[in-house]
Write a protein that binds this ligand. Structure first.
Ligand code: SF4
Length: 98
């Protein structure tokens, strides 16, 4: 019984150590991991191309990426970081003119 507890504790320490060791690797790599929100994309029929002159870059919900051509986000698609400025969905609403 004691051996089982010691063995389980040893495994937990190893896993915890491995997890801790990965933190600086992930932090130094400077990479952010892209994600999509498949459920929201399906609900609003998201597509990676514009619909006529309607594109995400002209939508009030669009959150631009680092550059004008970079992928960005959408205020109504939680966690989605792969929204194309040239994309479109049925929730499109014109952004106010600047
Ligand atoms: Fe693009 Fe639709 Fe989001 Fe507007 S609501 S930015 S069209 S994904």
């Amino acid at each position: 019984m004691k051996d089982n507890i010691k063995s389980a504790r040893r495994r937990m320490l190893k896993l915890g150590g491995a997890a801790l060791a990965m933190i600086p690797v992930m932090a130094l790599s400077g990479r952010t991991y892209a994600a999509t929100n498949a459920a929201m994309r399906a609900s609003f029929k998201y597509q990676d191309k514009p619909a006529g002159d309607k594109a995400c870059r002209g939508c009030v919900q669009f959150v631009p990426g680092k550059t004008a051509k970079a992928l960005g986000g959408c205020k109504i698609y939680p966690g989605d970081t792969e929204i194309s400025p040239n994309g479109y969905c049925t929730a499109w609403v014109a952004a106010p003119k600047k």
